[in-house]
Design a protein around this ligand. Sequence first.
Ligand SMILES: O=C(O)c1ccccc1NCC(=O)[C@H](O)[C@H](O)COP(=O)(O)O
Length: 197
Amino acid sequence: MYVKICGLREPEHVTAAVEAGADAIGYVLTRSPRRITPARARELASTVPAHVLTVAVFAGETPEEIRAAALEAGVRAVQLHGDHPHDDFTALKDLDLTLIRAGAAGADLRCGAFDEDLLIVDAPRPGSGQPWDWAAVRGRPAGRWMLAGGLDPSNVAEAIAAARPWGVDVSSGVEVAPGVKDAGLIRSFVTAARAAG
Ligand SMILES: O=C(O)c1ccccc1NCC(=O)[C@H](O)[C@H](O)COP(=O)(O)O
């Protein structure tokens, strides 16, 4: 089970995620209580070992803005959340970064449909921590796809059983307040997801 922890802002939470065995770590570079600057993302990403994917998250920015911020942040992947057209992914292809497409269950659920490498199937409001009907997508997404939206250490096993994803992605469920992560919750989430997967 591939595990991504999103919305990290502090070095101790990056360390907790890496030590717990997370596969990917996300930095939100778009409008959000979790937003950080590309410079801060670079600082946080600089300590992350090469086997962990560092991801810059965007929603609605232009390919030029995404390109500039991703290069400044020095990440290994970009995540385009919401209604980004196929052309935006094509425009970023030459960056040679992992491309992640993220959206709600109404979108095209075939990973690779927009030339992306990974797909995230999320709640309608990203980063809201709201659980949704995970079982509704069971058997529908194809390829390397992560389930997100309202996951936490106590429900991730149930969510995995319901949707049968390739991976899981969490933000609010490992926080004690919006944008404030908790190292213990991060560890518990990774452990629970791995045990269930
Ligand atoms: O986290 C945000 O605030 C956010 C804002 C705008 C676009 C994307 C955002 N988060 C992206 C993620 O990958 C979250 O992990 C995912 O939406 C799950 O969130 P949650 O339900 O809080 O676990």
